[in-house]
Write a protein that binds this ligand. Structure first.
Ligand code: FAD
Ligand code: 2HG
Ligand code: ZN
Length: 470
């Protein structure tokens, strides 16, 4: 593991035995951990490793409130943690911050079949929540490869994107309200049962995507759309990125309102998941692949549209080969090829990950530019991601982290992204790893306003210090 930081500890209090006694009195001895904390201190990428000596697992919003009130008075720094699947080092401490795990605050409170409004606590595992909503014919509008480990509270705190932003938009739209606890311990009720509620400032947005720096989310009201009765998934092989773009235009045109996902993976990405997880790809040997999904209500109508789209693409020579299926097990196998790419690239070494929004015309150029820049220093430079949302995942994997490779990549990749007017973080957030690069995507005025908001809501800076703002 490479610990890539040398951060000066902030002027925070140091834990003592009186603090431990207080926390025990609030949450009970067995919900406080002081040993074997590696799984909480180290992030998924194994690129950031904190030195926390204490994990607290409150079981209610009142307990979160009592903990934060105390920490604020004692100036003890706190790192809120969900499933610890974040990819920017935001979910683990940097120094000795107390880890506040939301794991036990995990009740599903209500699912309204008529409106689709689901109210739950922030520690619900995304996949469990989705399974529950499916029982009444609804789906959670966010879906991503880490669904079996990440929490809905972590998703909301990072404004996670995933595979169906194209269809459902991002969580700023689907989250109707939140309950959060401020650094002072004050519980703020911003819950709402309505899509339409223009009564003053929409404060909930401050907590969506602020990565635990402004408050701890404890409850969420989420608008869940109906589950689609007819789902089709195509896996297509293409010979150039130009053909990928043309196929995207046609997918929008032919599939229209039933288009629910449009993902791209390149040959290196497919090779990583196929070889690492010993998967079978329906087709191989192309430089680019697309996963195009439709979700509608009438299987035969949808298939007709799909066939027309494919016939047209093949006739024009844009789609070289492919397969379409409506069979659930086959759909799941195809999605695995895509969802396991990020995991495959992390195993057996180190992976530099960049999550950028780019104008579609420029989308893939950076992969070629990077290949030239890093040469033999990397094992694989590849690009995949949410083409339908202009969001590229550039991954550069290597045997182990080296300063030489790191310096070839950063800050170049951020400068490049800024030059083409992209965003240096499309969906994973800024966290710790990207905090020095925020300036490439935000103006000095907006960074100043972010600092003022932080100061106003968390004057002692105890919530997730060293993250987002440096
Ligand atoms: P954590 O990792 O624990 O925390 C993330 C951040 O949120 C931290 O800053 C933490 O302090 C804060 N936080 C967590 N819970 C709370 C809370 N209740 N209140 C306040 N702050 C909180 N992301 C995407 O956007 N799209 C993807 O497609 C995607 N795919 C992924 C695939 C894999 C295999 C992996 C490992 C990650 C992926 N991610 C993706 C990253 C993504 O950010 C997370 O998976 C997820 O949203 C984080 O949830 P979590 O519960 O693990 O949060
Ligand atoms: C995905 O879309 C995730 O699979 C992870 O956002 C991307 O690891 C990555 O680079
Ligand atoms: Zn992604």
């Amino acid at each position: 593991m490479k610990i890539r930081h040398n951060v000066k500890r902030g002027n925070y209090g140091f834990l003592d035995s009186k603090d431990i006694s207080f926390f025990e009195s609030v949450i009970g001895k067995r919900n406080l951990l002081q040993e074997d904390l590696d799984g909480y201190n180290v992030d998924f990428l194994r690129s950031v490793c904190g030195n926390s000596q204490l994990v607290l697992k409150p079981g209610s919003v009142k307990e979160v409130s009592a903990i934060l009130k105390y920490c604020n008075e004692r100036k003890l720094a706190v790192c809120p943690q969900g499933g610890n699947t974040g990819l920017v080092g935001g979910s683990v401490p940097i120094c000795d911050e107390i880890i506040l795990s939301l794991q036990r605050i995990n009740r599903i409170i209500s699912i309204d079949q008529i409106t689709g409004i689901t109210v739950c606590e922030s520690g619900c595992i995304l996949e469990n929540l989705d399974n529950k909503t499916r029982e009444v014919g609804l789906v959670v509008p966010v879906d991503l490869g880490a669904k079996s480990s990440c929490y809905i509270g972590g998703n909301v705190s990072t404004n996670a994107g995933g595979l169906r932003v194209l269809r459902y938009g991002n969580l700023h739209g689907s989250v109707l309200g939140v309950e959060a606890v401020l650094a002072s311990g004050q519980i703020i009720d911003l819950m709402s049962d309505f899509k339409k509620d223009n009564t003053g400032y929409h404060l909930k947005h401050l907590f969506i995507g602020s990565e635990g720096t402004l408050g701890v989310i404890t409850k969420i009201s989420l608008l869940c759309p109906p589950k689609s009765d007819a789902v089709h998934l195509a896996f297509l092989g293409l010979s150039s990125f130009d053909h990928v773009l043309r196929t995207f235009i046609n997918a929008k045109r032919y599939l229209g309102e039933i288009l629910s996902s449009c993902e791209m993976i390149d040959a290196g990405s497919l090779e990583a998941s196929v070889s690492h997880f010993k998967l079978n790809a329906p087709i191989q040997g192309y430089p680019f692949y697309m996963l195009i999904e439709s979700s509608g209500s009438n299987a035969s109508h949808d298939l007709e549209k799909f066939n027309e789209f494919l016939e047209n693409g093949m006739k024009n020579g844009e789609i070289l080969d492919g397969t379409v299926t409506a069979e659930l097990s086959k759909i799941q196998d195809i999605w695995k090829l895509r969802e396991l790419v990020p995991v495959a690239l992390v195993n057996n070494g180190y992976c530099f990950k960049y999550d950028i929004s780019l104008p579609l015309r420029e989308f893939y150029n950076i992969v070629n530019v990077m290949q030239d820049r890093v040469g033999d220093l990397a094992k694989c430079v590849c690009g995949y991601g949410h083409l339908g949302d202009s969001n590229l995942h550039l991954n550069i994997s290597c045997e182990k982290f080296t300063e030489e490779l790191y310096n070839r990549i950063e800050p170049f990749v951020f400068e490049y992204t800024c030059k083409v007017k992209g965003s240096i973080s499309a969906e994973h957030g800024i966290g710790f790893l990207k905090r020095n690069y925020l300036k490439y995507s935000k103006s000095p005025e907006s960074i100043k306003m972010m600092r003022s908001l932080k100061k106003f809501l968390d004057p002692n800076g105890i919530l997730n210090p060293y993250k987002v703002l440096n």
